[in-house]
Design a protein around this ligand. Sequence first.
Ligand SMILES: *Cc1c(COP(=O)(O)O)cnc(C)c1O
Ligand SMILES: [Zn+2]
Length: 435
Amino acid sequence: MPAELACFQERCRARFPVSEVIYNCPQCGSLLEAVYSGARQPAADLRALWLARRTSNAPLDQSGVWRFREFLPFLPSYDSVVTLREGNTPLLGAPRAARYGGLDRLTFKHQGFNPTGSFKDNGMTCGVAQALRLGMRRVACASTGNTSASMAAYASAAGLQPVVFIPHGNIAYGKLAQALEYGALTLQIEANFDQVLALLRRLAERLGIYLLNSINPFRIEGQKTIMVEMMEQRGWRPPDWVVLPGGNLGNISAFGKALRELKDAGLIDRLPRLAVVQAEGAAPFYNLLRAADRSRLNPVGHPQTLATAIRIGAPVSWPKALREVEASGGLVEKVTEQEIADAKAVIGRCGIGCEPASAATLAGIRKLVHAGAVRADADVVAILTGNVLKDPDYIYRYHTGVLESPGGGLIQPNFGNKPVVVPNNEAQIAAILDR
Ligand SMILES: *Cc1c(COP(=O)(O)O)cnc(C)c1O
Ligand SMILES: [Zn+2]
């Protein structure tokens, strides 16, 4: 199926060959998206094909992204694809979390089961395949988080040099450790995130380095498969709601595009509503949805939240995200640090666990159900975006009651589980265990 890059801006819609190294529309500067023309296979054939691939031992078929390759046909051949068997993440029922959220039932789709522990892997296998297809030798991103961890792994697996640009004073050690271990050339630069990104864009152009920041449209294509896989797991029955955390808003953009394409292909008969949850200290998209004028997003100057994966003040994909929220009849909620921390501990007690940003989903659901925006009997899927081990420091501090909110003050360990210090004394330990 012929693929092109199209400008997202309605007034422009300029088209460019998919093999051009561009990140924004050269004519108007807007976001780009992959578009496909030509006839799709019938829905029944696609379902049968994707199901049959689950018994295959071919690496491409074992990938939870490339198994659905008919939905992302932007490559001329699949020889250059490097897969670490990304995707293939479970749907997990969580009655305890459902009760906490005020729902009769709740299902998590846990993207933390990915090879590097976050949904970034779904997109990165596509971004790196595109880099290889373009003949690039080096790839780069500006991030201290899951993007750099994922990019480092996929680039190294593909024999490319990963380069990570880190803004000064913003080091998240758990995720940075992965970037180092996977062999990324890691540059710490004394500048803020926006300055680092501007620098990276100039250097990428000058030195022929391929950019894999969240603006990259091929990463979005890969993240679409999270929705395709979820629908397949549910026997193609759409839930009422899909709830996810929002940072740069690439994931919501990917989900919305996927759902519209699934409906166009006849694979689902209606769109679930999309609910995005932001942290109160980093909620520019929440503010936009409440503004009289939705044509311009006001960035948050100093975004603050312990959920570092969604600590974003100027989300690059907001125009796409706005389209998808509006198209699905969706909404945007915001939650406090305390609400995120407690929801996270509840998800942990389900035996599931996740990183802080992911827990914004359950915190948001609780608020939306209490406000009557989501019905208690609704069929809800919440996306857990990252693995519990991404941020062990946060966990230990919460459970021992020393987790500090960025706005000041301590977060209450309402679901705290402190280690108990005991003397080496059988009788005393037995007494504690008997309690
Ligand atoms: C990247 C990330 C997010 C935010 O996703 P966006 O696409 O930037 O909105 C949320 N949670 C985790 C764990 C992430 O890594
Ligand atoms: Zn344009």
